[in-house]
Write a protein that binds this ligand. Structure first.
Ligand code: 5AD
Ligand code: SF4
Length: 454
């Protein structure tokens, strides 16, 4: 019998990627096999993101491409889930314009997917099932992980911060943390299966507050903070690299900063979104910190870990942003000297407070500022890249390079991509690599055979 096939198309952040691993795991448990081409799969799940307008647009573009495959094979099943589905406006659009969608579910009932899917597959029903709020986090769901040697571990869901531009608190609900024992158990299982690197995930990991489930022998008691969780994960044998994202500056504690010194497996790297350099804008964004506080955090981080790599998210063109406000962002970016920065043009999100702000910025000004900011960021990166030249550093080899099939690709501790020649047997290993060519956006190296200092 030919097995039926599936594909999951993921839009958006690592949280969505992690959810897609669960969906893939569920489909494999139901007997489906992976098909690399989404238009050819018998079942296609589109996991949507609504953080910015272009993610919405890309989703509708991909969904449109499924019209023909559906007409050629009406037996195929199209499922849509994720953040966009928590907004009624998108459900209405799907109903009106995309009749080939068979199943719609949201962020709060992902664990119900097998049941909903079985009804669609067996009864040939169309189902739209969206829950308004999240319940306790479902545990022990299957997952088909992308790599055997590195894994995402979700530690919490949701966000309580209500930054005025952001849709996430409305689509993902309030913060809910997993029990620390459950997180630790997952990390131990991954380590036993050969995973070397884990990325702890949450919208705001710094406000993790897991309640101990009281299991016997647990190192946790009562309420556990993120730093405490990290210290226990650091002890798990076999885990050589720990990363986390995303951090909110308002909740970055001294105890957590200290971990960069004391936890030997914590990568010397942090993603700390600043969003803007102007205090007036930060206030209107409801970020609960000012630029001085942010810079103080950077100073503390560099004191605890002098060579820490720092990355950030920045929004340009937030409503009411003046040229002076924008220049404050440029100033802050230059002061920090980011290793990398993800820059976004502000896009109005329906239902957020900033949607109602009257002083929206014209598109051409937003684009002009965006380009000027990129120029500054790139020149900093150009300087930083030079520091990599001839350095020897451990690289986790992840696979074959996407840009050159005859090369391998891996990541440094600072999360920089390095391409290197080598045998595929290196994939999954952490090897010392000497950087032979350091360009602004790409590093090239070769496995280093000489002596290293550990
Ligand atoms: N417009 C532009 N960027 C946004 N982000 C979140 N909401 C918006 C929006 N409405 C950015 C923030 C956040 C990142 C994940 O996406 O910088 O940190
Ligand atoms: Fe959105 Fe702010 Fe929550 Fe991040 S912290 S998910 S930007 S509301």
């Amino acid at each position: 019998m030919i097995k039926k096939t599936y594909n999951v198309v993921t839009f958006g952040c690592q949280m969505n990627e992690r959810d897609s691993e669960t969906i893939a795991g569920m489909l494999e448990n139901m007997g489906y096999t992976y098909c690399p081409e989404f238009k050819e799969a018998d079942v296609c799940v589109l996991n949507t993101c609504s953080v910015r307008e272009n993610a919405d647009k890309r989703f509708f573009g991909v969904l449109g491409q499924l019209k023909n495959p559906h007409e050629q094979n009406p037996g195929r099943i199209t499922c849509v889930c994720g953040c966009m589905m928590q907004q009624q406006v998108h459900i209405d659009t799907l109903k009106a314009k995309y009749p080939w969608v068979d199943l719609v579910f949201g962020t709060h009932n992902l664990h119900e997917f097998p049941k909903l899917f079985a009804n669609v597959a067996e009864q040939h029903e169309k189902i739209i099932d969206i829950w308004k709020d999240g319940t306790a986090l479902a545990e022990d769901l299957p997952a088909k992980r992308e790599y055997p040697f590195k894994a995402y571990v979700s530690i919490m869901q949701g966000c309580n911060n209500f930054c005025t531009y952001c849709i996430v608190p409305y689509t993902r609900g309030r913060e809910r943390s997993r029990a620390p024992e459950k997180v630790l158990e997952e990390v131990k299982c991954l380590a036993a299966a050969g995973t070397k690197e884990i990325m702890l995930l949450g919208q705001n990991v710094n406000s993790y507050a897991g309640i101990s489930d009281g299991s016997e022998g647990s190192p946790f008691y009562g309420k556990t903070g993120f730093a405490q969780l990290l210290k226990e994960i650091d002890k798990v044998e076999g885990i050589e690299r720990i990363r986390f994202m995303t951090s909110h500056p308002k909740d970055l504690s001294d105890e957590l900063i200290e971990c960069f010194d004391s936890c030997s497996h914590l990568c010397r790297q942090i993603h700390l979104p600043v969003q803007a350099g102007s205090d007036r804008v930060l206030k209107r964004m409801n970020r609960h910190y000012d630029s001085a506080h942010y810079l103080q955090l950077i100073e503390k981080l560099r004191k605890a870990c002098p060579d820490i790599a720092i990355s950030t998210d920045i929004i340009v063109g937030f409503p009411g942003e003046t040229e002076d406000d924008f220049m404050s962002t440029i100033e802050l970016v230059s002061k920090v000297g980011y290793d990398s920065a993800f820059t976004f043009i502000y896009s109005v999100r329906h239902g957020t407070p900033a949607e109602k702000y009257e002083d929206q910025i014209p598109e051409e000004i937003k684009h002009d500022r965006f380009n000027r900011l990129l120029d500054v960021i790139h020149s900093i990166q150009e300087e930083k890249a030079k520091l990599y030249q001839d350095a020897v550093m451990p690289v986790l080899v992840e696979g074959v390079s996407k840009t050159n099939g005859s090369m391998l690709t891996g990541r440094t501790e600072s999360n920089k991509v390095v391409d290197l020649p080598g045998d595929k047997t290196l994939i999954g290993q952490i090897v010392p690599v000497k950087i032979t060519k350091a360009q602004t956006f790409s590093l090239y190296g070769e496995v280093y055979k000489g002596e290293t200092n550990g």
